[in-house]
Design a protein around this ligand. Sequence first.
Ligand SMILES: Cc1cc2nc3c(=O)[nH]c(=O)nc-3n(C[C@H](O)[C@H](O)[C@H](O)COP(=O)(O)OP(=O)(O)OC[C@H]3O[C@@H](n4cnc5c(N)ncnc54)[C@H](O)[C@@H]3O)c2cc1C
Length: 229
Amino acid sequence: MAADGADSWTRAAAGIDVSFKPYEQHGVVANFATERPHREVACQWFRDDGVLAYLPLPGNLISIVWSTPADHAAELLALSPELFCDRVADAGGRRLGALSLVTPPAGFPLRLMRAPRMVAPRLALIGDAAHAIHPLSGHGINLGYQDARVLAETLMALPAHIDCGDLNWLRRFERARKEEVVALQSVTDGLQRLFSLPGQPFSLLRNAGLNFTHRLPVVKDLLVRYAMG
Ligand SMILES: Cc1cc2nc3c(=O)[nH]c(=O)nc-3n(C[C@H](O)[C@H](O)[C@H](O)COP(=O)(O)OP(=O)(O)OC[C@H]3O[C@@H](n4cnc5c(N)ncnc54)[C@H](O)[C@@H]3O)c2cc1C
């Protein structure tokens, strides 16, 4: 089982060629202590300079992901800790008051990675070794957890006379995961493109879409339940 990330050595050794689509954005991440409690609420702002997410951690701590063009990411990472805290607090409308850094910020290039296969003889790929998506959906890790759950279920159902690395048996795992992986990759990629379009008409369209979803309890409930697994 390979869980060695988007640049998986194991996947390459098995001869599974993947396609990468760079987003020309970097994800700037850091952890902060907050002045005001976050009340376990995650927030996301779709800004002209990218997508900023505040993600609650235990206590008065949050992690942030700011997906932003590479030059803006470089500018953020070059700021002093004090200025960086101010910039992130301002970008989030000071929702949680002042922020203080707990871990130094880091930036990662963002990319979509599609693999044609999740299995090979005696090998199953899970997590980012099998798929990587833009973080704006906040679902990268969930996809990996679901891979692990479905692979475990597939192997638990293995009859005693079949080898656990049997390719035909492992294909059951691949078939069970394919639909969700492809769907989430496509939706996340589409949203990334929609939220990258500059100009007021697109901004109005995006806001209308979000408000529309917000007012439809059935759709909203479905999305929330999906997000919570
Ligand atoms: C900027 C950014 C922000 C993100 N934000 C979110 C978010 O808010 N929510 C979310 O759900 N997802 C997010 N993601 C995606 C999430 O981080 C990944 O989906 C998740 O980390 C994948 O987990 P993984 O264990 O499959 O791979 P990784 O986290 O990449 O872990 C792979 C591990 O394998 C190890 N490894 C690699 N090669 C070897 C080897 N040869 N031998 C031994 N060990 C090896 C590595 O050191 C690493 O520890 C984000 C991603 C990025 C880049």
